[in-house]
Each structure stands twice: as C-alpha cells, then as structure tokens.
Design a protein around this ligand. Structure first.
Ligand code: NAD
Ligand code: TDX
Length: 353
C-alpha cells in the first residue's frame, strides 16, 4: 500500500471530485488535500460546504492550463499524489463547442503531467499521478460484450476523443519519463451534486417541475450506472493500491436502457411527491437524437475486483432511491445551479427540438 501526505485533486468542486475529496479526508485523516478548480459552470463550492473548515483541506481557484500556477503549487505544497479529475465532461456540450474540450482535457492534462514530472525528478518515496477517465474511450458496443482494459480505443465524440487523447498522454509520460501513474476508466456515475445537464438529475428536476422529459432518439441506448460514492471508494483503493502504470475499469454491472431508467425515475419521484402512479408518464417527449450517439456502454470490472478487492457497495435500487431523495430534499441546490447560464444552455439545447 502506498501512503501519501499531500494530494492535489483537480476538478474537486465538480460532481465526482467533491465526493473524492470527502472520501480522502474521511478515510485518511493525516492527508492534506488541495483542490485546484477553475470553477466553471460545473464547479460549485457548495458541493464541499461540509469539509471547507477541515484544516487538512485547501481550495485554490485556478486553471490546469496555467503552468506557472501549477509549478508554484508544487513548490508550496510538495504534492506526492495528483488525482486528476478536472475536465469538460458533458458530451452534448462537446458537440456544440469542441474546442473547450480539447483545451482543458488534452492541453490541461499535458500541462499538469509536465509540471508533475518536473517537480518529481529525483524525489524519493511514494508518488502517483492518477488520471480519472471514462469508458467512452472504448467506443460503442452492440447487444453483446463488455469493455475490458484491453479493448482497443475507439472514441467517437469530441468529449470521448479528448479523454482518449489525455489517456494516451498519461501513458506516454509514464513510458518516456518514468512518471508513476495509474488510470481508471469508469462508467456513468449518478448521485448527489451532479450538474442537472446529465440524464438523471435533469429528469428528476423536470419530473418535479412537470416539464417535458427529453428522451433522445428512441430511448434504447444503454448505459452502465455506478453510484458516485462507489466510484470515489474505487479511486481511493486504486490510488493507494493500484500497480504503477496499470489501468483499471470501474463499473456497476448495472445496464439500463434510457427509457426504462426514465420510467423508474417517474415512479420514484411521483411516489415521493405523493402523486398518483404514472402521473408524469405523459411528460416523456422523444426528441432529435444526439449526433453520433453511442448505443451501449458496459464495463467488465473483474480486474479491480480480483486485484484490489473492490466492488460496488450498494444496489441500483438503493442508490437511485437515495439519489431521488437527495435531489428533492436539496431543491435549493438544484434551483441555484439551474439559475443564470443554465437557463440559456437549456434553451439552446432543448428549445427547438
Ligand atoms: P464535472 O463537470 O461535474 O466537474 C468538472 C470539474 O472540473 C468542475 O468543478 C470544473 O470547474 C473543473 N474544471 C473544468 N475545467 C477546468 C480547468 N481548465 N481547470 C481547473 N478545473 C477545471 O465532471 P464530473 O462528472 O465530476 O467528472 C469528473 C471526471 O471524471 C472527468 O475527468 C470525467 O471525464 C470523468 N468521468 C466522469 C463520469 C461521469 O459519469 N460523470 C464517468 C467517468 C469518468
Ligand atoms: O436529456 C437527455 N436525454 C437523453 O436521452 C440527456 C441529457 C441524455 N440522454 C441520454 C444520452 C445518453 O444515452 O441519456 C444517456 C446518458 O446521457 P448523459 O447523462 O449525458 O451521459 P453520457 O453521455 O452517457 O456520458 C456520461 O458518462 C460518461 C458523462 O457525462 C461523462 O462525463 C462520462 O464520461
């Protein structure tokens, strides 16, 4: 097991990053965690309200593309681990504005890698650059099969190709410069603090507000859903125990067609709000399909289970019920992140479908 004293988390004010920071602080009380986040539309310090007074936690507002800032942070905090989550993360936005994805996901990762390599030259002790990636780098599956760590890369959206590029860069810095790295590729996450541009929180909000539920194409695309706190626990396990240079797939063995998931959310939200069963079914609205929409993602997560003993801790039924409970109980969070720019985004994406 590796041991780290000072960890840089990038993108910690986002959805998954906020859960990772909470997990690291709770599980490793001696670890200092610095959160570097540019606070884009997706970053929100409200997501970390409960840890901001922790003396082992610091926040730095800044961009991973700012090489001088990263060098300065390494000098100040002497990081021995980097957990890199900062990214542009929404596929639909990558179709509208690909360049921002190439800048942050590719250039940002390269800048961070190079600064880390320069800072760690000649240093002693445990070091790890951990790159958080996605199952989307493997492309799209038909009815059968699962993505393994050996599945050839076949990214098909600006988002997934930018993440695939960043994975290649991380491996290149490992092979060329000997940078100690691990990579994980995870399936779709769900849970508290997810920005409501993504399917599950978007649907919960629209069911709550009785607005149309935009289902792309025929609703038959399949995703493998993992509870975000289980992703955070997997990241903790890989950071401390993953083999140097190795890749781990993380997934929930939990495949759902989008339309079936929307039905499940309608059942849960309507019940929670005391509405008669099926009330919100009429809100389902089939809209123009996403360009290049990947049909199916599914992960073979047997390596992480066999080598590191990790597997999901809760069932989808439990996780989804808890997620619906959280969004309905945190209506203020949902309303505050959907005010301002989000309204304009929603109109642009869904206004004339
Ligand atoms: P998110 O969009 O919720 O959060 C991204 C965070 O990165 C935000 O806080 C944002 O402010 C920050 N950020 C963006 N650009 C930045 C920059 N240039 N410099 C510094 N900070 C910047 O994303 P998420 O869903 O939490 O995803 C986190 C990571 O996990 C991403 O790398 C994503 O590709 C990967 N991932 C996500 C999922 C998923 O289902 N959400 C699944 C697998 C992998
Ligand atoms: O309004 C919608 N209607 C709809 O039918 C939205 C937002 C989505 N969808 C469909 C598209 C997908 O088939 O639902 C599915 C899930 O969509 P997203 O929540 O946008 O996720 P996805 O495109 O699968 O990508 C997610 O998982 C992998 C994350 O956004 C990525 O960051 C992660 O890498």
């Amino acid at each position: 097991m590796r041991n780290f004293k000072n960890t840089l988390v990038t993108g910690g004010a986002g959805f998954i990053g906020s859960h990772v920071i909470r997990r690291l602080l709770n599980q490793h009380p001696d670890m200092n965690v610095v959160n570097l986040d540019a606070l884009t539309y997706a970053g929100n310090l409200e997501n970390l309200r409960d840890v901001e007074a922790n003396p082992h936690y610091s926040f730095v507002k800044g961009d991973i593309c700012d090489a001088a800032l990263i060098k300065q942070l390494f000098e100040k905090y002497r990081f021995d681990a980097v957990v890199h989550l900062a990214a542009e993360s929404h596929v639909d936005r990558s179709i509208e504005n690909p360049m921002a994805f190439l800048e942050t996901n590719i250039m940002g990762t390269a800048i961070l890698l190079h600064a880390t390599k320069n800072a760690w030259i000649g240093s002693e002790g445990d070091r790890c650059f951990y790159h958080i990636s996605t199952d989307e780098v493997y492309g799209s599956l038909g009815d059968e099969g699962l993505f393994t760590e050996d599945t050839p890369y076949d990214p098909r959206s600006p988002y997934s190709s930018s993440k695939a590029s960043s994975d290649h860069l991380v491996r290149a810095w490992h092979h060329t410069y000997g940078l100690p790295i691990v990579i994980s590729n995870c399936s779709n996450n769900y849970g508290a603090f997810q920005f409501p541009e993504k399917l599950i929180p978007l649907m919960i909000r629209n069911i709550r507000d009785q607005r149309p539920l935009p289902v792309y194409g025929k609703g038959v695309n399949v995703r493998d859903w993992l509870w975000v706190e289980d992703h955070a626990s997997a990241i903790d396990v890989i950071l401390h125990g993953g083999a140097d240079g190795r890749t781990y797939n993380i997934g929930g063995l939990n495949e759902w067609r989008n339309i079936d998931l929307v039905h499940a959310l309608i059942r849960l939200v309507d019940a929670k709000l005391g509405r008669p069963e099926g009330t919100s079914m009429e809100l389902i609205t089939y809209v123009t399909d996403r360009a290049g929409h990947d049909m199916r993602y599914a992960i073979d997560a047997s390596r992480i289970e066999a080598e590191l003993g990790w597997k999901p801790s809760i069932t989808f039924e439990e996780g989804l019920a808890e997620t619906v409970r959280w969004y309905l109980a945190n209506g203020e969070w949902l309303d505050s992140v959907t005010s301002g720019n989000y309204t304009q985004y929603y109109e642009t994406m869904y206004g004339n479908r």
